[in-house]
Design a protein around this ligand. Structure first.
Ligand SMILES: N[C@@H](CCC(=O)N[C@@H](CS)C(=O)NCC(=O)O)C(=O)O
Length: 215
């Protein structure tokens, strides 16, 4: 059985989860793989304790453990899981289409999950009086100015970024998760709002739904 090492914490307003850990949970669910979660203390990750560094050389989550095999980095793990279980492929067969999925996945990782989402998400993990509201607003402004127009363009008339649901949509499910807690208005971006709504309707989303407690 696979063990996923990630960060999750209960708050009165929902269960908050590591965005990158959530990416892996989604693919485990989409692939129907049996897994359990082991929760790493956020302070151990921030302090880079030796036990975390021994599993992830950058001292981050997520990583997975399968017998004596350890693998880190959500993108690398998800490609591994996709190859491990050929059913319900999350990468297209065509080589050009596959490259496009990977490019969009990279955009989401670098342009959303590492850039604007932490500005909104990190403050939700600390007491209200300690939140940097300006930073949260800058995160939302960045999504509006750069990310939502990009997603609108990439979607075109499709339901998902590359037509069918692929690895490119997986990190966007964590955008759906963060904005569910944040409650940011999507009125000006109806296509993106509908897309995030569609992602929330997938069975796999239940595993990262902030309204659902730790499993
Ligand atoms: N490229 C990595 C990024 C992992 C990452 O940044 N994880 C965050 C939690 S969502 C973390 O551990 N942050 C602690 C740190 O950067 O020190 C991946 O995709 O797994």
């Amino acid at each position: 059985m696979i063990t996923l090492y990630t960060m999750e914490r209960e708050y009165p307003y929902g269960t908050l989860r590591s965005t990158n850990g959530s990416k892996v949970k989604i693919v485990l669910e989409e692939k129907g793989l049996a897994y359990r979660c082991d929760y790493v203390r956020p302070s151990d990750v921030w302090k880079k304790v030796p036990e975390v560094l021994a599993k992830h050389p950058l001292g981050k989550v997520p990583w997975i453990q399968e017998d004596d095999f350890t693998l880190y980095d959500s993108t690398v793990i998800n490609e591994y899981l996709n190859e491990k279980v050929p059913e319900h492929p999350l990468l297209p067969e065509n080589v050009l289409s596959r490259a496009r999925v990977r490019a969009l996945e990279n955009y989401a990782d670098e342009g959303v999950l590492s850039k604007y989402l932490p500005m909104i998400w990190m403050p939700w993990w600390v007491p209200e009086e300690q939140r940097d509201l300006d930073q949260m607003q800058r995160g939302r402004d960045g999504l509006r100015a750069q990310v939502f127009p990009f997603i609108t363009e990439a979607l075109g008339e499709h339901d998902y970024l590359c037509g069918d649901f692929t690895l490119a949509d997986v990190p966007m499910m964590t955008l759906a998760m963060v904005l569910q807690v944040d409650g940011m208005s999507m009125e000006e971006y109806p296509k993106v709002g509908a897309y995030l709504g569609r992602l929330r309707l997938r069975d796999s989303y239940a595993s990262i739904n902030p309204d659902r407690g730790r499993t």
